[in-house]
Write a protein that binds this ligand. Structure first.
Ligand code: AMP
Length: 307
């Protein structure tokens, strides 16, 4: 196996999801599952997280199928993290029904020795306290990104601010950017957040795409237009995993690499939402990603290739 180039820390969960047309119980989810699966199309990715003794072996086998390095995935006595949520008909609004931390309640992530030299690190959605604990263990990563959610903005703001001050990139969805800054206008919110430390900020806007704020200015990508969205759970994690994987694969952190990574993130996320859990990503090929990437480029170009 090639050495891991991107380490991702986050939650592994068993999700129960209800949409207008379907209900799925205890399916594989969690921020690190989606992010690592997405990143694995680009570079060898290593997963850091925790599962309980009830975690199905089939899920671990699926991670293996993606080629994810599992040295940092701990299995401990107890129940795996569980989360459940329900979507409104338009899929943009989601309500959390329950969160059971279980083995996550007492978890302190320890990075395997060779992960401490990782060039790329993604702190996917977990408590800022755990994100800080991981930051203390890495030596000199080239690029660190972090994601968060409203829960931590409301409950763990002090530690979250420390995380924000220590990373190169923060990813948030638009409502979280507004709650975090108290600014409704996203340009003002972005300026405020970048003033706290990160050089880059990605604001995710669901079916309306994502915005990258950087010293080079603002870059916007739409979401790939889909007729049917089956389950948007994990779309943000899939986007971020695809983005970080594509950035690590390019090995450069410059405005062009960032733009390409934004498009790859959007493309991989668009596949992810076509089915529940990792079902679509499991069948996905790099060829399909490249095909949609080219069509995507054409979709946003002023000089379409078919003219
Ligand atoms: P997203 O749709 O990007 O918000 O990600 C959804 C995933 O986040 C689900 O698979 C959940 O298992 C996971 N999740 C939900 N709540 C939390 C939480 N408090 N901490 C960590 N992960 C969570």
């Amino acid at each position: 196996m090639k050495p891991v180039q991107l380490v991702v820390v986050g939650s592994v969960g068993l999700d129960t999801i209800e949409t207008a047309t379907a209900r799925c119980e205890e399916i594989l989810g969690g921020s690190v599952s989606y992010a690592c699966a997405a990143a694995s199309f680009f570079v060898p990715a290593g997963m850091v997280g925790v599962v309980g003794s009830d975690f199905p072996a089939a899920h671990t086998a699926l991670y293996g199928k993606f080629g994810i390095d599992l040295k940092g995935l701990k299995q401990v006595e107890g129940k795996t993290f569980r989360w459940s949520g329900v979507y409104e008909t338009d899929m943009n609004n989601r309500r959390t029904l329950s969160t059971e931390l279980n083995v996550f309640g007492s978890f302190m992530p320890e990075l395997p020795a060779d992960y401490r030299d990782t060039p790329f690190l993604f702190l996917a959605n977990i408590s800022p306290e755990l994100q800080l604990h991981v930051l203390q263990q890495v030596k000199k990563p080239r690029f660190v990104a972090a994601d968060t959610m409203d829960l931590w903005i409301n409950m763990a703001r002090e530690n979250l601010m420390k995380v924000i001050a220590s990373v190169d990139l923060l990813t948030l969805n638009e409502s979280e950017a507004r709650i975090l800054t108290g600014e409704h206008n996203l340009m003002k919110a972005a300026r405020k957040i970048m003033g706290w430390g990160p050089e880059y900020l990605i604001v995710k806007k669901g079916e309306h795409g994502a915005m990258l704020f950087s010293p080079a200015g603002v870059f916007v990508v739409p979401a790939w237009p889909l007729e049917v969205v089956c389950d948007p759970t994990g779309a943000g994690d899939t986007f971020a995993g695809g983005f970080m994987g594509a950035l690590a694969e390019q090995g450069a952190i410059d405005p062009i690499a960032m733009r390409k990574a934004m498009v790859y993130g959007s493309v991989v996320a668009s596949f992810g939402v076509e089915a529940f859990s990792l079902e679509r990503l499991e069948r996905l090929t790099r060829g399909e990603i490249e095909h949609r990437f080219r069509t995507f480029q054409n979709m946003i170009s002023l000089t379409p290739a078919d003219r």
